[in-house]
Design a protein around this ligand. Structure first.
Ligand code: KG4
Ligand code: ZN
Length: 357
C-alpha cells in the first residue's frame, strides 16, 4: 500500500511517500520520500510561530516539495500508484493545517484517491515504531505494544496516554496550561536564546551539569497532585521572577537557570510517567514529540527503565520533530484498524483535535 502524506500543522511543511505492507505478522515499510521545508529560520526572528506567516510559507513550499517527493519516490502515475492520501487535520494552527488539507483534497478529487485525516499526536505516538531510518530500503516496523504508556511532549502538547489492549488510546493526563515545549521556548526567550528554545536550553543545562552548577532550584509544579496532569506556566513564572530579582550577569548564570529549569521539567515528566507505568502495569514506554529529543529526559527515563524493568521506544532524530512520515504511518494504522474514513467534504482543520482510535 502506497501512502502520500502531508503535514502542515505548525512550522514545518512536510511530505512523505511510503510503501507499507503487512506480511503475515509483520508490518514492513519502505520510505520512498521524506521531505521537510522548515520555517524555523523565519520564525526565529520573532521568537515564535505566527499562524498567518506559517500559512504563507506552507503555501509557498508545498508545491515544490510535492514535486520533489514524487521525483524521490519515482512516481509518475499518481492515480494508479498511490493508494491513500493522508493529511494532518489537527491539532495545530488552523490556518497552517488548512494549507495541507486544501492541497490534499485537491489531489484526492483529481486522482480519485481516498483522503485520510490524521491526528498529529497519533503520528508522534507511532513514530517510535520505526527502528531505523533508511530511504528506499525495506524496514520491519516494531509492533505497537498493547497495554503500554506513551509520553507525548511537544510545542503544543504534553500528554500521558495509555495504549489499551485493543490498541485504543486513553488520555490519562495532560497539561492544564502551557505545553512542555512551549515552556522551553518561553524560558529560552527570557534567556535571550533563539527559537526553538529546547535544544539551546538543553545544551546550556548540560554544561551546568558537567560543571556542577546547582545553586538555583525551581518548583516542580503538580508533582504531588496525585493525577497525571501537568502545569508549566507557574514554573515559567518562577523563572521570570528569578531573572527579575537577579538580573543575569554572565553565561554561567544562564547555564544555571537552564539547568534548574530543565531539572524541574524532567523531574515532573519522569515522575508522572513512571507512576503511570506502575499503576497500569505497562512494560513499554513510547516517547514522541519535539521535546522527546531532549537528551537529559531520555537519560533519566533510561535510568528509570533499567531500575523498573520496562522498555523504551523512542523516535529516531528525523522523527522527533514534525514530519509527514509519522502521518503516513498513522494513516496506515488507521486503515489497518478499520477506522472509518470521513467524506471528503467533512474533512476540516481542527486545532484542538484530541487523540482517539
Ligand atoms: O513536535 P514538535 O516539533 O512540534 C509541535 O508539534 O509542537 O515540537 C517542537 C517543540 C519546541 O517547543 C522545541 O523547543 C522542543 O520541541 N524541542 C526540545 C528539544 N528539541 C525540540 N525541547 C527540549 N529539548 C530538546 N532537545
Ligand atoms: Zn508535533
Amino acid at each position: 500500500m502506497k501512502i502520500l502524506a502531508f503535514e502542515t500543522s505548525c512550522d514545518e511543511t512536510a511530505i512523505s511517500i511510503i510503501d507499507i505492507k503487512n506480511t503475515g505478522e509483520q508490518n514492513t515499510i519502505t520510505i520512498l520520500a521524506n521531505n521537510i521545508a522548515s520555517q524555523v529560520e523565519l520564525h526565529k526572528q520573532y521568537g515564535g510561530v505566527f499562524p498567518m506567516m506559517a500559512k504563507r510559507e506552507h503555501m509557498k513550499n508545498i508545491g515544490p516539495l510535492y514535486k520533489q517527493a514524487l521525483k524521490d519516490a519515482n512516481i509518475t502515475d499518481i492515480k494508479n500508484e498511490i493508494d491513500y492520501i493522508a493529511v494532518t487535520s489537527g491539532p495545530g494552527l488552523e490556518p497552517a493545517l488548512w494549507v495541507g488539507i486544501a492541497f490534499a483534497k485537491e489531489l484526492s478529487e483529481k486522482y480519485e484517491i481516498p483522503l485520510v485525516p490524521v491526528d498529529h499526536m497519533e503520528g508522534h505516538l507511532l513514530s517510535s515504531l520505526l527502528p531505523a531510518y533508511k530511504l528506499h530500503e525495506e524496514i520491519v516496523l516494531r509492533d505497537l505494544p498493547s497495554n503500554s504508556i506513551s509520553l507525548l511532549v511537544s510545542g503544543g502538547h504534553t500528554e500521558i496516554i495509555k495504549i489499551e489492549e485493543n490498541g485504543k488510546y486513553e488520555i490519562l493526563g495532560q497539561t492544564v496550561d502551557d505545553a512542555s515545549g512551549e515552556a522551553f521556548d518561553k524560558v529560552a526567550r527570557m534567556l535571550y536564546l533563539p527559537y526553538p528554545g529546547g535544544p539551546m536550553i538543553s545544551s546550556l543545562a548540560k554544561i551546568a551539569r558537567e560543571e556542577e552548577l546547582r545553586d538555583i532550584v525551581f518548583p516542580r509544579p503538580m508533582l504531588h497532585s496525585g493525577d497525571y496532569n501537568f502545569s508549566f506556566s507557574g514554573l515559567k513564572t518562577a523563572v521570570l521572577y528569578h531573572i527579575r530579582d537577579n538580573p543575569i550577569k554572565d553565561e554561567k548564570e544562564k547555564m544555571q537557570i537552564a539547568r534548574a529549569f530543565e531539572d524541574a521539567v524532567v523531574d515532573v515528566l519522569s515522575a508522572k510517567v513512571i507512576k503511570a507505568i506502575h499503576e497500569h502495569g505497562a512494560n513499554y514506554l513510547l516517547l514522541g514529540g519535539g521535546v522527546s529529543a531532549n537528551t537529559y529526559l531520555r537519560e533519566i527515563l533510561h535510568t528509570k527503565a533499567n531500575k523498573n524493568n520496562f522498555q523504551i521506544y523512542e523516535p529516531l532524530s528525523p522523527l522527533c520533530g514534525d514530519n509527514a512520515l509519522m502521518i503516513a504511518i498513522a494513516c496506515y494504522f488507521n486503515i489497518k484498524n478499520n477506522k472509518p474514513i470521513p467524506k471528503i467534504e467533512e474533512i476540516k482543520a481542527n486545532g484542538n483535535l484530541k487523540i482517539s482510535l
